[in-house]
Structure formats: C-alpha cells, structure tokens
Unconditional design. Structure first.
Length: 260
C-alpha cells in the first residue's frame, strides 16, 4: 500500500467535513482503500488533509454512520467489510461436495481475468506495472524455495494486482470476493498442481506472459495469456479429478479381491 501522504490530498472546500467524506468515499469506490484497511491516526490524517481535528471527527463519524468505517477504540478506524462473501457457508460446503462446480468457478475467472488483463494492458500506470513486477519476483523466489504457502499468496496477489490495474471499480470489488474464496482454499488447492511435473515452471511462465502483455500495452496478448493460464489450471484439475476417481475404483476392486 502507498504511504498515507501519497494517497490523501489537502482539502480546499467550503464544506470541509463533506469534502473529507467525499475523498475517502472516492478512495473506497476506486478500490484504493479496501476492506480492513486501517486509516492513519486522527492527528496524521488532519495534517495530511489540512483540516481541523473536529472537522475530521465529523467526517469520520458520518462515514461510520454510513457503515463505511469501523472504529475500534484503542486501535483506530478501519474500512468496513463491504463486498461480503460471494456464497453462504452452506453453499460453500455444497460446492466442496460437488467438484464439477469448481469448473464453473474457473469458467467465471477465465472471463473476468481475461477482461481485467485486457483493461490493465490499456490502463495500467507505471506504479501498477511496478507492483505487478515486484509480485512476479516474489513468485519466482517462492518457486525456487519450494515455499507453497508463499507461492499461493503471491499468486492471489498477482491476479488482484492485475484487477487493480484494470482501474474498473466494479471489477475490483467483485473479484475481491472471488479471491477471498481462493485465499480460504474453498476451490483452488495449489498443492495438487505441485504433483504435476514442471507445473511450477509452467505457472510462472504463464504469469510472466500475462504481465508481459500488460507491460507492452498489448490487450490481445494479455487476454490470450490470461485465458491460457486458466485453461492450463482447468485441464490439470480435470486430469487430477479423473485420476482420483480411478484410484477410488481401484481401491474398491482391491477390497473385493481380498474378500475372495
């Protein structure tokens, strides 16, 4: 996240509290301030915005009343959970029992991530490209260290960074909910992919291809690379699912053979 003095702007407006509210709302809408983000201290924010602390308190109170902020006494002010969860716990359990639903999830991600990559290739700023490049470095280090947890975190951060670089506020907030499911391991278990020979190298190359299309400002290449990445994941999991079914059948045959 950028330093506070780089995202907040001094207030110059007749209605100071309203201007503070508007600026923070805009940062939330554009996805710069996300769920759970802690705001700077009251003293720091008043200095950054160049407003009095009473006016700032009025603005923060208004945002809290709107349900946009959570104030935790002794901890500070935090952006409230706004995107919610895509599915209820009961429905998540249902999905877990029916692997075919996972492929619907991938189908959705394929279209949305290809769209995000295309927009990012057209709209990404220099700062966006720097963030994506830094995450690619993290992915490479995680692969070399065979650190599956770090690799999964970097993977999600990579796709989130591309969505952010799309500069489409609706896409940013909708995909935040989808990536939350991924973080919780509801659908996507990267551990399986590690059992496929050369998967780590292939996944890194796929992410690099997506980034390259964005860095070169080539929407078609970015779109194509994003689709190819999800296609690889889908194919790998279909193979894995079929292998699991065959192994279950073989175990049953072994049990029956032992009974003879």
């Amino acid at each position: 996240m950028e330093k506070p003095d780089q995202i907040f702007e001094p207030i110059n407006h007749d209605s100071v509290a309203e201007a503070v509210v508007h600026q923070i709302e805009s940062l939330i809408v554009t996805g710069i301030l996300k769920d759970g983000t802690r705001l700077p201290s009251e003293r720091e924010m008043s200095e950054l915005l160049k407003v009095s602390r009473p006016k700032l308190r009025d603005a923060l109170k208004h945002l809290e009343d709107q349900g946009l902020l959570h104030v935790r006494h002794g901890e500070g002010s935090f952006i409230a959970p706004l995107t919610g969860t895509a599915l209820t716990p009961a429905f998540l359990d249902l999905y877990a029992r029916h692997p075919e639903a996972f492929f619907d999830y991938l189908e959705y991600r394929r279209e949305q991530e290809a769209f995000a990559a295309r927009l990012a290739a057209e709209r990404a700023t220099g700062a966006d490209r720097e963030i994506i490049a830094a995450i690619l470095d993290e992915m490479e280090r995680a692969r070399d260290a065979q650190d599956s947890e770090a690799a999964q975190i970097a993977d999600i951060n990579f796709h989130s960074a591309i969505v952010d670089a799309s500069n489409n506020s609706t896409l940013i907030h909708m995909m935040a909910s989808i990536y939350d499911l991924t973080r919780r391991g509801v659908f996507y278990n990267r551990d399986f992919l590690r059992t496929i020979e050369g998967a780590g190298r292939k996944l890194l190359a796929q992410h690099q291809a997506i980034a390259q299309g964005i860095f070169e400002g080539d929407p078609e290449a970015a779109d194509k690379a994003a689709r190819a990445h999800i296609d690889f994941v889908e194919k790998s999991f279909r193979i894995g699912h079929q292998r699991e079914l065959r192994e279950r059948a073989a175990k049953k045959r072994r049990v029956l053979a032992g009974q003879k």
